[in-house]
Ligand binder design. Structure first.
Ligand code: UDP
Length: 251
């Protein structure tokens, strides 16, 4: 089935049905133009928050692309009888952008995570993809009053792609509030990706990835993330309860 330009809704939030390659192609095209775009990478936690918070839901529904970022979202889509073919996680998408940045004239700014982590993530990506163009980096624990300085830094860096790694939903609200002032073609929220890229945290081993159990590995790795795990039953119950309202929709 051709999935381009199609989306479904889960608990009132849209999820786009694009393959990882299609998402990369869209971003590359955007970076040749003058418009601003943003991407959300949605897991079950984000969809449940959005279900309860109309402001977050508006941000998702107005995003240029929302990718399905977790096994929970894939399961929810099956329950709604609108199965999703491709999972497009923020982590994999961000690494692919680094990989293809040189060939597609992408200049990437790394914003977020603890002091030193964004720099280390950028260094690791540059070591792996030698021709990659890192526009700049900054940590994610700055004060609100420093926001305009950070925006200046990003704008002066010449970045056209901005990774924002503040965690859900802080990164989505930050992008929605500041995109107007940013001279980038695309901003995307990518959660804990810099922690993984920098080596601060491991990516789940292949076994967990193949069996869709990455969430379980992340819980073992960081039990503080149990708040996400605890929300899963509520998410699935909500999906079952409201699945008739989750109609498939063309964009
Ligand atoms: N973070 C940040 N600023 C904040 C709060 C969090 O930069 O004010 C970073 C944090 O250091 C971590 C990431 O945001 O690198 C959140 O990671 P997590 O895996 O919790 O993301 P999520 O599960 O929400 O995708």
């Amino acid at each position: 089935m051709e999935q381009k330009n199609q989306s479904i809704k889960i608990l009132g939030s849209k999820i786009d049905l694009l393959s990882p390659t299609q998402v990369l192609q869209e971003i590359t095209l955007w970076c040749q133009g003058n418009e601003k775009h943003y991407i959300c990478t949605a897991d079950a936690y984000m969809l449940n928050l959005a279900f309860e918070d109309p402001k977050l839901q508006d941000i998702l529904n107005n995003a240029d692309i929302v990718t399905p970022d977790s096994s929970g979202v894939m399961l929810a889509a099956k329950i709604c009888k609108t199965p999703i073919k491709y999972k497009v996680s923020g982590c994999v998408l961000a690494e692919n952008l680094c990989k293809y940045s040189a060939d597609n004239n992408l200049r990437i700014f790394f914003l977020g995570a603890e002091d030193g982590v964004a720099l280390e993530a950028a260094k690791q990506m540059k070591a792996k993809y030698k021709k990659m163009n890192v526009a700049g980096y900054y940590h994610g624990y700055f004060k609100e009053e420093e926001t305009s300085q950070i925006i200046d830094l990003i704008n002066k860096s010449g970045a056209n792609v901005l990774f924002v790694a503040f965690g859900i939903p802080k990164q989505e609200f930050w992008i929605a509030e500041n995109l107007d002032k940013l001279n980038v073609n695309v901003a995307m929220g990518i959660g804990g990706t810099f922690d993984v890229m920098s080596g601060k945290k491991d990516r789940a081993p292949q076994f967990y990835q193949k069996t869709n159990l990455e969430w379980l590995y992340r819980y073992f790795q960081d039990p503080k993330k149990s708040y996400k795990l605890k929300l899963l039953p509520k998410f699935i119950i909500n999906v079952i309860k409201y699945k008739d309202g989750n109609n498939k929709a063309e964009r």
